[in-house]
Design a protein around this ligand. Structure first.
Ligand code: AMP
Length: 333
């Protein structure tokens, strides 16, 4: 059976982008594969999150995983920092990651532009830690959003280099996946860019937003003055709203508004109201399940304790092999 691995950073609440880009596949894939889903708390440290915030974000993401339908009976759910084999593999893989390629990574370049000389080394080596997350379980498939594609490519490079240098096939090549479809990028409500946890305010719909909040955010989404000629091309911000509607509404609703846009009779007020209602309906079961779980500390702890144990045992097998391959097995001296 193939192995699946993926994780999310506990840097705030999860939004529709996290869910539709990756989380929805966590649930589908647990039926068919050996799945490992983790909460990427070490990754969150690169942005210097406050300890108390990090703590509460970890339990949020955990409860959100369970609320979207990740089942601890079917998948292994754990916290990254509970598995010391990951940072050990990260250290070893750092020897196979070139400074030049890390500096060329788009996400790093963006951050470097903003932060300059004070940019921490953890951000530079972020793709190496991500490679360790994947390779420690010898994962074949990694369900992620489109933004993560370059990082998976880098994980393949490090794995290939390691395999080649030691003349081994210890690491399989991981593939980014959206279960047979192209990887997706859920747009922000602000008209440009992707929906993101770091964007303040109204650009993201969180899985635990209440109905009023959702409708308020959708109402504030950027629109234009409306179409003036039949079948005209939609500007980006309108295209984005239609894309969101495609993701959460029925095919009939979507084609009704497509038609209205194409014959210039669309009223954005109605369109947005429908989108807000449908988004609310879409996430209401997740929100309700989250609310029933978030205060059940004993259960949350049980899930990550048991998941951690399984993840450590599985990871240890890889680390033992890797130590042997690189000559770090002290039993041989
Ligand atoms: P992060 O919050 O950066 O840890 O991302 C967790 C997962 O959500 C990753 O697989 C991302 O690719 C995915 N993701 C985050 N934002 C979006 C988005 N706007 N559209 C699609 N996928 C996303």
């Amino acid at each position: 059976m193939e192995t699946v691995l993926s994780g999310m950073r506990p840097t705030g609440k999860l939004h529709l982008g996290n869910y539709l880009g990756a989380g929805i596949n966590y649930v589908k894939m647990q039926e068919k594969y050996n799945c490992f889903y983790f909460i990427a708390d070490y990754h969150a440290l690169t942005t210097h999150t406050k300890a108390s915030e990090l703590n509460s974000s970890i339990s949020n993401v955990l409860a959100e995983y369970l609320a979207i339908g990740v089942d601890p009976e079917k998948a292994t759910i754990y916290i990254q920092s509970h598995v010391p084999q990951i940072p050990e593999l990260y250290l070893i893989l750092n020897m196979f990651a070139y400074k030049g390629e890390l500096e060329k990574c788009t996400t790093f370049k963006e951050k470097a532009r903003k932060e300059g000389q004070t940019l921490n080394a953890g951000l530079l080596t972020y793709p190496v830690l991500m490679a360790a997350d994947i390779l420690i379980h010898k994962a074949n498939k990694v369900p992620v959003g489109e933004d993560q594609k370059p990082h998976i490519e880098m994980a393949r490079n490090f794995a290939q280099r390691f395999n080649h240098y030691y003349e081994t096939e210890v690491f399989p090549m991981p593939d980014a996946t959206n279960e047979g479809e192209n990887l997706i990028r859920v747009p922000s409500l602000q008209g440009t860019g992707k929906m993101s946890k770091s964007d303040a305010g109204d650009s993201a719909i969180y899985l635990i937003d209440d109905k009023d909040t959702i409708i308020k955010k959708v109402k504030r989404a950027k629109t234009d003055a409306g179409p003036t000629s039949p079948n005209q091309t939609k500007p980006q911000e309108i295209e984005n709203l239609f894309y969101l509607m495609k993701l959460v509404s029925s095919a009939e609703t979507l084609s009704h508004f497509e038609e209205a846009y194409n014959n210039c009779s669309i009223r954005y007020g109605d369109f947005k109201m429908q989108l807000g209602e449908d988004m609310n309906q879409y996430i209401a079961p997740i929100r309700e399940k989250y609310q029933s779980l978030i205060n059940d500390r004993a259960y949350l702890l049980k899930v990550v304790n048991e998941g951690g144990e399984k993840a450590r045992a599985h990871a240890q097998k890889t680390i033992d092999e890797v130590r042997n391959i690189v000559g770090l097995n002290s039993m041989n001296i």
